[in-house]
Write a protein that binds this ligand. Structure first.
Ligand code: ZN
Length: 346
């Protein structure tokens, strides 16, 4: 049932209404940022279509059809050809196409074409979900177009994508676009407290740092984050002290360790979030309006000792450094450069 999902209540209302009125579009794109719950909603929409006792446009959540519809046995292979397939759930009328590889290949869409033309085995409809549909290569996208042009009357297709603009215009124009918003921090916090047993403060921090993505909030390691953040706080504090550069360069040595590119990037992002919060505090934000609300006293002190221009310069410099990560830069040299700049622009 949609009520068991987090966020996007207005999308749930639209899907319920369309299903209740028997007006569910045969081809839809569930579009929106990562972690907004698009795939969970797609499975729920499929359940509503195959459920034995649906009511008000949604599944009962309890019948044997509902219980089997969302369960998939997916291969743990990393061979591309193992994903040239439609993976049927334990309910044979709900299928999934996905690939952990860079592309969804035409083999998967051909398999879909075949499955889409079969009559439903148990239910009145068959539903196929294409996860990360923007990963279809040209050949796969062209093959899908044929299915979209003449959809079998009992078949429903749901394309899930965080980058709908990367889909062919001809595919987009044949599908009803359903837009998902990032999930609100309050919704994510409640989920983490109620379903995952997190403390209020940890849940709030994970919710605010995860940018509206339920999955990254669930996987957010608060303890590790606090440790990494303490290092970044020390950098900021050192940067306003006349003798702080030495300490900053020592820290740079550790952060730029060639084996830990992820850690390096993560530290830069944390540093960025701290400076953005300092900017917000300068502009009058209180603890309800910043990400790192639990260290607002520290951040207020930093905000008070740096001008808005200096803070803005630092944001630019860190942003530039994050972008240059795509190119193969020497991280130690780049970080030294950033810290020297920070130490001398106070
Ligand atoms: Zn049911």
């Amino acid at each position: 049932m949609y009520s068991e999902l987090t966020g996007n209540a207005d999308v749930a209302a639209v899907l319920r209404r369309m299903a209740a009125g028997g007006r569910m579009p045969h081809s839809m794109i569930f579009a929106g940022p990562d972690g907004a719950g698009k795939k969970h909603f797609a499975i729920e929409a499929a359940r509503a279509l195959v459920c034995r006792n649906p009511g008000n446009g949604e599944s009962c959540g309890n019948c044997t059809a509902c219980r089997r519809a969302g369960v998939f046995d997916l291969p743990e292979s990393d061979k591309a050809e193992d994903f040239d397939n439609v993976f049927l759930s334990h309910h044979p009328d709900v299928g999934l196409i996905f690939s952990p590889k860079r592309q969804i290949r035409v083999g998967a869409i051909r398999a879909l074409e075949t499955e889409a033309n079969f009559r439903p085995s148990e239910a009145g409809s068959r539903v196929f979900i294409i996860d990360e549909a923007d990963k279809m290569n040209q050949e796969a996208a062209n093959a899908l177009l044929k299915t979209l042009e003449e959809p079998p009357p009992t078949t429903f297709l749901i394309l899930v994508s965080a980058r709908p603009d990367a889909l062919l215009q001809t595919i987009r124009s044949r599908c009803q676009m359903i837009r998902f918003a990032p999930v609100s921090a309050a919704d994510i916090r409640n989920l983490l407290v109620e379903k995952y047993g997190r403390s209020e403060e940890d849940a709030e921090l994970a919710a605010r740092m995860s940018g509206g993505s339920v999955s990254s909030a669930i996987g957010f390691d608060v303890e590790n984050f606090r440790e990494e953040r303490a290092v970044c706080q020390d950098i900021l504090k050192a940067s306003v002290r006349p003798d702080g550069l030495h300490k900053m360069l020592e820290t740079a040595e550790r952060l730029a360790d060639s084996k830990a590119k992820d850690r390096f990037e993560n530290s830069l992002r944390i540093l960025l979030s701290l400076i953005r919060d300092a900017v917000a505090i300068r502009a009058g934000a209180d603890s309800t309006q910043i990400s790192n609300f639990d260290i607002i006293d520290d951040l207020s002190a930093i905000a008070a000792s740096l001008s808005a221009t200096v803070l803005a310069d630092r944001i630019w410099a860190i942003d530039d450094l994050l972008k240059s990560q795509d190119v193969n830069i020497n991280r130690k040299v780049a970080l030294d450069g950033l810290f020297v700049k920070m130490a001398f622009s106070v």
